[in-house]
Ligand binder design. Structure first.
Ligand code: SAM
Ligand code: SF4
Ligand code: SF4
Length: 377
């Protein structure tokens, strides 16, 4: 029998109090672009917002069943940020340079009436009067039902996670026996309602679903959807990650190129996490996200807001900065703004770049990390 896995959540949720406020508002940027920069010069342009810590799937790499079981304590409803609180914070972030919002979770489509939040976010404007770029990451299980309402509310794009085309492999990976056909129907509904081009994210685990790389590539070639292969990451403290289960992106590219020649493409934007590859015959493109073998911390411009209002500066952070006491304690937008600025300006996180060093320190206690289902991917 396997030893029981450690349940790490309660400790991570304690978080850190927001830092003392600076006497005056820090200047926007400092690098002449009007943006906030952290200690490594990285601008804050992208905010991921987790709207629930619950999910209807039990992917082993994220919410393994033996930990996230019927006794698992999810956040009580009153602890969740309300849509108004989320929209208020998003507006403050937009004032300081954030241009992209991504709703995630847990499974974001489980949050009741999520389209009402999308509508509130779609009404926000940058200081230059531009709408924000609003996207959502979902497991696709409820997408066929929700796509139209989400598009009508102002959502622009969706990313759908799908780890296999083979029904048996997919049911094993989501571990709740969910059929692949329903996710494929969700992707089609999203394309049909203008939420495309849909990005399809496949986490590749060696020996589990790497046999699905070619079938997935074949299926999505020429459909307008962009398939992206994600290296299995050591996020959280519950998935029992091992390096030998990571299939490096270079090998994914090699396997696909053997059947369908690929040509590397230039990045379209700074901070882009995926490397892009075009099919040489012009039938679309794929992406690879190599969080383990090719760290992209040097231009990581993403902050993450947890379901209950903690700000995390890195996917691998152990602690977040709690903004809820300010939100619920009557602080004005200027105070929120200067607090967020001070937090970002103190940021020096670059976990993936340092991963090799952590591995070398294997004799030391591992740093405790927050779960991905809690802060969102
Ligand atoms: N439930 C939604 C979904 O699955 O798309 C949104 C939240 S999920 C945490 C966001 C993304 O994180 C998904 O694409 C998922 O595959 C990815 N993810 C979760 N755990 C991961 C891990 N250990 N390694 C790599 N990607 C992971
Ligand atoms: Fe749920 Fe997404 Fe995590 Fe899978 S990856 S368990 S769908 S939150
Ligand atoms: Fe960004 Fe942290 Fe990931 Fe590096 S490890 S890319 S800093 S989230």
């Amino acid at each position: 029998m396997n030893a029981p896995r450690e349940i790490a959540i309660p400790v991570e949720r304690i978080g850190r109090a927001a830092p003392a406020l600076p006497a005056a508002l820090p200047p926007a940027g400092g690098q002449g672009d009007g943006l906030l920069h952290d200690r490594l010069g990285r601008p804050l342009t992208d905010l991921r917002i987790s709207v629930t810590d619950r999910c209807n799937f039990r992917c082993g790499y994220c919410m393994p069943k033996e930990v996230f079981d019927k006794d698992y304590r999810y956040l009580p409803h009153g602890a969740l940020l309300s849509f108004e609180e989320i929209a208020r914070l998003a507006a403050v972030f937009a004032r300081r340079g954030v241009r992209k919002l991504r709703l995630t979770g847990g499974e974001p489509l489980l949050r009741k009436n999520i389209e009402a939040l999308v509508a509130q976010l779609a009404a926000l404007r940058t200081p230059a009067g531009e709408p924000l770029d609003i996207a959502l990451t979902t497991n696709g299980s409820l997408l066929a039902r929700k796509a139209q309402a989400l598009a009508a509310a102002g959502l622009r794009r969706v990313t759908v996670s799908l780890d296999a085309l083979d029904d048996a492999v997919f049911r094993r990976m989501n571990d709740v026996d969910f059929p692949v056909a329903d996710v494929l129907a969700g992707i089609e509904a999203a394309q049909a309602t203008g939420l495309g081009p849909v990005k399809v994210n496949m986490v590749v685990k060696r020996g589990v679903n790497d046999g699905q790389i070619l079938p997935m590539a074949r299926h999505f070639r020429g459909t307008g959807s962009v398939l992206r292969f994600i290296e299995y990451m050591d996020v959280g403290a519950t998935n029992g990650w091992r390096m030998d289960e990571v299939l490096p992106s270079a090998e994914v590219v090699q396997r696909i190129a053997a059947d369908f020649p690929l040509v590397p493409l230039e990045a379209t934007a700074p901070g882009e996490t995926a490397q892009r590859w075009a099919y040489a015959d012009g039938d679309g493109e794929i992406g690879t996200i190599s969080s383990v073998t090719r760290a992209f911390c040097h231009d990581c411009s993403r902050a993450r807001l947890s379901t209950e209002g903690r700000l995390y500066l890195c996917l691998f952070a152990g602690q977040g900065h709690d903004l809820k006491p300010l939100l619920r304690g009557g602080a004005g937008d200027d105070v929120l703004e200067s607090t967020i600025a001070a937090i970002w300006q103190g940021r020096a996180d670059r976990y993936s770049e340092l991963r090799a060093l952590h591995a070398a320190d294997a004799g030391l206690p591992a740093p405790r990390r927050v779960e991905m289902s809690y802060i969102g991917g």
